[in-house]
Design a protein around this ligand. Structure first.
Ligand code: SF4
Length: 321
């Protein structure tokens, strides 16, 4: 049984106007996303900014309430859980944010930051036990416990993200939603944080939903990758298969921007035309058609169906119908 199953997840935000705040439309930020994640697996979720990937991550944790859909964690639908049960469940599902500085309370020392989730979940009864756990956590993420009484601003960007990861680990989760965890970091620091996440996964058997706007970031860490466009999944595949043979024209464009080490194997860069359309007014038919180099007449009117083209490799595109 997969650890996490998401079925037809939707998050529509109402657009309100006028004095009485009448609802005049909806932003379809997430519009029918399905995925599953096994224990110890990394699922990479990729797409341009504004495609709904972060909203998907937050909806999975119910940090924002989904509009529709099922979210099964260990076989149980968390959308049907009450407050107390949901709080217990949150221990098992944590999030690491893009901007570690904004997500850490600047008035808290690192010890306080790491103790807070333990207190919320009543995990250790004595201050001495909590402090011991803080030391352990700091060592686990490669920080010296001697710095636990320092404040977040005294750490570098990469170190702050290590604190954010330690905070997620403080409650022994099974799944971490990593929402662009390295996007705000220097390239040289990115690989260190990615390696840390990889090591932690091997050591602790964690599952990740790893959200990124850049396919090169998720390349080495992901087992499977889902590509999102305008609130929908357009391709889902084992990582190797997606990199060697992307099927959807949008995935092909994203992949063409990823640098390859061998200059002989250089891919032709596909420049996407135009901007991402507004999710409040998605194009008819295939939502990618105004920007697609392969669009046919049918693409303007008919929504492509989700098909398994090769084992475990799914795509929504009329080219494969
Ligand atoms: Fe392009 Fe048509 Fe495929 Fe959409 S369905 S990606 S417009 S070819």
């Amino acid at each position: 049984m997969p650890l996490l199953v998401v079925r037809d997840l939707k998050k529509h935000f109402p657009i309100k106007k006028g004095l009485i705040q009448r609802t005049v439309g909806h932003v379809r930020a997430v519009d029918g996303v399905s995925l599953s994640v096994d224990k110890g697996e990394t699922f990479g979720l990729v797409g341009e900014s504004g495609c709904g990937k972060s909203t998907t991550g937050r909806s999975i944790l119910r940090l924002i309430e989904p509009t529709e859909g099922e979210i099964l964690f260990e076989g149980r639908d968390i959308r049907k859980m009450g407050t107390a049960e949901m709080r217990r469940m949150r221990r098992k599902m944590q999030i690491v944010f893009q901007d570690p500085y904004a997500s850490l309370n600047p008035r808290y020392t690192v010890r306080q930051v790491l103790e807070e989730p333990m207190l919320i979940h009543n995990l250790y009864s004595s201050a001495a036990e909590r402090k011991k756990r803080v030391s352990q956590l700091m060592e686990t993420v490669g920080l010296s416990p001697s710095r636990m009484e320092r404040y977040p601003h005294e750490f570098s960007g990469g170190q702050r993200q290590r604190i954010g990861i330690a905070r997620a680990l403080a409650v022994d989760p099974k799944l971490i939603i990593a929402d662009e965890p390295v996007s705000a970091l220097d390239v040289s620091v990115q690989s260190q944080v990615l390696n840390l996440l990889d090591d932690l996964q091997k050591e602790l058997g964690l599952a990740y939903v790893f959200i990124a706007h850049d396919l090169s970031v998720v390349k080495h860490i992901s087992d499977r990758i889902g590509v999102m466009y305008l609130g929908r999944m357009v391709e889902l595949s084992p990582a190797d298969d997606l990199y060697s043979d992307p099927l959807h024209p949008y995935s092909q464009a994203l992949l063409s921007a990823v640098p390859v080490p061998d200059p002989e194997a250089k891919r032709e860069r596909i420049i996407l035309q135009g901007d991402l359309p507004s999710p409040s007014k998605p194009p008819t038919g295939c939502p990618f058609h105004p920007r697609c180099k392969d669009a046919k007449d049918i693409c303007k009117t008919a929504v492509p169906t989700w098909e398994e083209i090769r084992p475990n490799h799914f795509v929504a595109c009329h080219l494969y119908a």
